[in-house]
Design a protein around this ligand. Structure first.
Ligand SMILES: C[S@@+](CC[C@H](N)C(=O)[O-])C[C@H]1O[C@@H](n2cnc3c(N)ncnc32)[C@H](O)[C@@H]1O
Length: 610
């Protein structure tokens, strides 16, 4: 095994592979559902391989993209007490390790469970999801026009005479403030204010729409312009649809969806408090129904209920969360009140010019679910298609590792693992000091679980690590180290992934954490610095330097100058390789990363390990 003796070539190679290919982090199982800030899988795979292979074996795993199980991994158990979306257990499984994973956040456990079920249950779960989707579609198609154009409505338009982009909310001042639903008709020149009648009945079949009537919102994509806004305490509907018939239909469908939603109080769940979420509140957004249109919410809710009947509720909840992320990204990206992005990870290349209300049921009738057009990304159907793709790729897979999942506090690991010989290694990625609280980026997943009836999901996460208080954070990690000491086998490794500290304060805090782990009976055997992904501000992932601490139970410390030089050399090597291949990595400053790594290791060596 070579976990203590990786060389600069291997370290540089791992970072290079991670950066070049994004390490499959957006493919395979990691593409199934949306999540934030995943680590590069090749890094995790290499670390796991280095527990049982020599350097040339690890190199082979990296270069050949080898996903075959390794014989030496069989019957060995890895523990990840902060499992998040499960990149560590899924990589462990590929190599043949069993794993026990724990997370405080029920959304993380639900996500890992859903992924695991889709990998291991063949396509039966996909069939259930498809049935739930078709049932939902059939239920809702009687409520409103399901033609794709009919559903798309936009939050901003180009003003036809002047072509300037214009937010619908800008024109709300034209509303005279009457009670009830109103819409505003933009007839090309003037704004006309019309009060809706209360006796509109949903009598329409699906309508043929002429794209000429609609606002162009992207290449080959047209939509109605409409929005529900709050003004003077009233929820108001504004529309810029020129054709009267279509405008009425649009209005009816929104009113109808709202009427149904009123019977489901949980839909109006307030967005929970939290640092990031405060930004939403500043934008006057207090509840999820402010982000999502009534039709979207009703579609998602019905899909969840139907999925419960078919026995795939957990997987459906992860799909609705992913769909909501896409939809809310669209809404927020163009949010007229403030530039807010509630922690969404999505590529922007397919975004239309203006935000659209994405019909979550779009393309349900497409026979071939994998043939989804770009505007259909982020719909339920597109996620069901992904599930099919993954289960076909991985179905009957040769991977042998088992995954046990537990929702609990990492400090409770000794409740689940009693025999010290059980755990071969603990490899984990705890929250970093000073970064945001992780659950805040998972509110949409939690919300989906809440819609399913799990009433206490927002309570459970309150016990997550306090990453803002230095003393609480360090004492948590201290308590954690003593629990790991109890469950880890005598010669076992504790491998911790942290973001590289980028200020003197963070350097001191991390050093304190390391010190308390050493005081609990571990020796610090190696430090490696790689480039990897971590959640950045507002949940947008960024490439950071991440640092791996390798501790061994009952052993002496063994770092110092050698590791400092090794890591800096690895950065130099990486820089050369990237230059020679002409690879440009956005926002990446290798020298700076090397500088912080060196600074941290030298501080640690001088102050702790002399
Ligand atoms: C950096 S993330 C882990 C990322 C993970 N490796 C992945 O692949 O997505 C840290 C995780 O620790 C969890 N967490 C925070 N406090 C916890 C606690 N007290 N016990 C267990 N898990 C906790 C968070 O919910 C979060 O999922």
């Amino acid at each position: 095994m070579s976990i203590e003796s990786l060389n600069e070539e291997i370290i540089a190679l791992i970072s290079e592979k991670s950066l070049m290919s994004e390490s499959g982090r957006r493919s395979g199982v990691y593409d199934l559902f949306k999540w934030f800030g995943r680590r590069y899988s090749i890094l995790i795979r290499s670390l796991l391989a280095s527990l049982i292979l020599d350097i040339s074996g690890i190199e082979q795993v990296i270069l050949s993209d080898n996903e075959k199980p390794l014989k030496d991994a069989y019957n060995k158990t890895i523990l990840d007490p902060f499992c998040g979306s499960g990149i560590i257990p899924f990589e462990a499984r590929k190599l043949g390790f069993n794993s026990i994973c724990i997370d405080i956040n029920p959304a993380a456990i639900a996500l890992v469970r859903a992924t695991y079920n889709i990998l291991t249950h063949g396509c039966a779960i996909c069939e259930c999801l498809k049935q739930a989707l078709i049932t939902t579609f059939n239920e809702l198609k009687n409520l409103w026009c399901t033609d794709e154009w009919c559903f798309v409505h936009v939050f901003a338009v180009r003003c036809p005479p002047c072509k300037a982009p214009m937010w619908l909310s800008k024109i709300r001042s034209h509303n005279s403030g009457d009670n009830g639903e109103v819409f505003i008709l933009f007839n090309g020149k003037d704004l006309e204010y019309v009060k809706s009648s209360n006796n509109i009945k949903p009598t329409y079949p699906s309508v043929e729409l002429n794209p000429q009537e609609l606002v162009r919102i992207g290449k080959d994509v047209y939509g109605y312009a409409a929005e529900i806004i709050t003004t003077k305490g009233q929820r108001v509907f504004v529309s810029l649809v020129e054709n009267n018939e279509y405008r009425l239909k649009l209005l009816e469908s929104i009113i109808l969806a709202k009427k149904y939603l009123e019977k489901i109080p949980v839909i109006y769940l307030p967005i929970p408090e939290g640092k990031e979420i405060k930004r939403l509140k500043k934008s006057a957004i207090v509840s999820f129904h402010e982000i999502f249109s009534p039709r979207q919410l009703l579609s998602l809710y019905r899909f969840l209920l139907n999925a419960s009947k078919y026995g795939c509720a957990n997987e459906a909840a992860m799909i609705t969360a992913s769909v909501m992320r896409t939809a809310s990204f669209l809404a927020f990206y163009y949010q007229p009140y403030a530039k807010v992005n509630p922690g969404l990870v999505i590529k922007s290349f397919w975004l239309p010019e203006a935000p659209v209300e994405l019909n979550p049921l779009l393309y349900v009738e497409t026979k071939n679910l994998s043939n989804i057009k770009s505007i259909g990304r982020g719909t339920i159907a597109s996620y069901v298609a992904k599930c099919y793709r993954i289960c076909r790729q991985e179905g009957g897979s040769k991977h042998t590792g088992l995954i046990s999942l537990i929702r609990d506090n990492a400090l409770s690991i000794d409740k689940y693992v009693k025999d010290t010989e059980d755990v071969y290694a603990v490899i984990t990625d705890p929250p970093y000091f000073g970064r945001q609280r992780y659950w805040e980026m998972t509110v949409l997943h939690l919300y989906s679980l809440r819609l399913l009836g799990y009433t206490n999901v927002f309570e459970w996460i309150k016990e997550d690590i306090n990453t803002y208080s230095r003393t609480k954070y360090v004492s948590f990690m201290k308590a954690f180290a003593s629990k790991v000491y109890r469950v880890l086998r005598r010669d076992g490794y504790l491998i911790i992934i942290f973001g590289v500290p980028s200020s003197y304060n963070e350097i001191r805090i991390l050093t304190n954490v390391v010190k308390s782990i050493i005081n609990k009976g571990f020796g610090l055997r190696a430090i490696y610095s790689f480039l990897g992904e971590a959640p950045g501000v507002m949940g947008r992932s960024k490439i950071y330097s991440i640092i791996i601490h390798v501790f061994k139970r009952d052993s002496s410390n063994n770092i110092g100058k050698r590791f400092l030089e090794l890591n800096v050399k690895a950065y130099k090597k990486l820089e050369e390789t990237l230059k020679s291949t002409g690879t440009k990595i956005k926002h990446l400053n290798l020298q700076l990363e090397a500088y912080y790594t060196a600074k941290y290791i030298s501080y640690l060596t001088e102050n702790l390990l002399r």
